[in-house]
Design a protein around this ligand. Structure first.
Ligand code: VGL
Ligand code: ZN
Length: 197
C-alpha cells in the first residue's frame, strides 16, 4: 500500500473572511499539518479561476448561490472566488505547503468548473492527477479540506470510481451545506465506497 494525503482547497477564500467562506474553514489547518508526517506523498489542490469565470454569478448577471444550466449539466453560481494570483486564491498562511510533493490547480478552464481534483465538471476532462498517482504507485488516499460537500465530495467519489481506496477524514473537512448539499454528499460518498472517518 502506498498512501497519499490529498489536501483539498485550503485557501483564503474558503476560510472566514474570504469570498466564499466555509464556516470554521480555518480550524482544520493545525490538524492537517499534523497529519502530513505519516504519508508517502502529500498533494495539495488549489482552486484557480481566471477572472470572469463561468462559475461566477457575476459573469451571468445573477445573484450568487443560484443554479444555472451549463452545457455539461447543472452548476451552482458562486461569488467571485480564488481568482488566479489573488490573495484569496492563496493557501491559508499556516498550511505547511513546503511538505507538498505536488500542487494541482483546477478550475482554470474559463468555460468549465472543476470541483474534483481528477476531472472537470464535464466529468471527462482529466486534471492529470490520476496519472501522477498511478505512476508513483499510489493506491490509497486520505482526503481532507474544503469544502466537504463540493470539492472533497467530488474528488473522493471520482477517486473511488477510479479504483483508489479512499478515506475522507470528516473531522478535517468543513462544509458549505447549501440546500442539503452536505447530506447528499455524505450519501453519495458512502454509495461510491468511500470510508468516512
Ligand atoms: C469549491 C465551490 C466553488 C470547493 C470550489 O473547494 O469546494 N466550492 N469552488
Ligand atoms: Zn471554485
Amino acid at each position: 500500500m502506498t498512501h497519499a494525503l490529498i489536501v483539498i482547497d485550503v485557501q483564503n477564500d474558503f476560510c472566514p473572511g474570504g469570498a466564499l467562506a466555509v464556516p470554521e474553514g480555518d480550524q482544520i489547518v493545525p490538524g492537517i499539518n499534523a497529519l502530513m508526517e505519516g504519508f508517502d506523498a502529500v498533494i495539495l489542490t488549489q482552486d484557480w479561476h481566471p477572472a470572469g469565470h463561468s462559475s461566477f454569478a457575476s459573469s451571468h448577471g445573477t445573484a450568487p448561490m443560484t443554479l444555472t444550466e451549463m452545457p455539461y449539466g447543472p452548476q451552482v453560481l458562486w461569488p467571485d472566488h480564488c481568482v488566479q494570483g489573488s490573495k484569496g486564491a492563496g493557501f491559508h498562511k499556516d498550511l505547511m505547503t513546503d511538505r507538498a510533493d505536488l500542487i494541482i490547480r483546477k478550475g482554470y478552464n474559463p468555460a468549465i468548473d472543476s470541483y474534483s481534483a481528477f476531472f472537470e465538471n464535464d466529468k471527462t476532462t482529466p486534471t492529470g492527477l490520476e496519472g501522477y498517482l498511478r505512476t508513483r504507485g499510489i493506491d490509497t488516499l486520505t482526503m481532507v479540506g474544503l469544502a466537504t460537500d463540493f470539492c472533497v465530495n467530488y474528488s473522493a467519489v471520482d477517486a473511488a470510481r477510479l479504483g483508489f481506496t479512499v478515506t475522507v477524514r470528516q473531522d478535517l473537512c468543513r462544509a458549505i451545506d447549501f440546500d442539503g448539499s452536505l447530506a447528499a454528499a455524505v450519501e453519495g460518498m458512502v454509495q461510491a465506497g468511500v470510508t468516512l472517518a
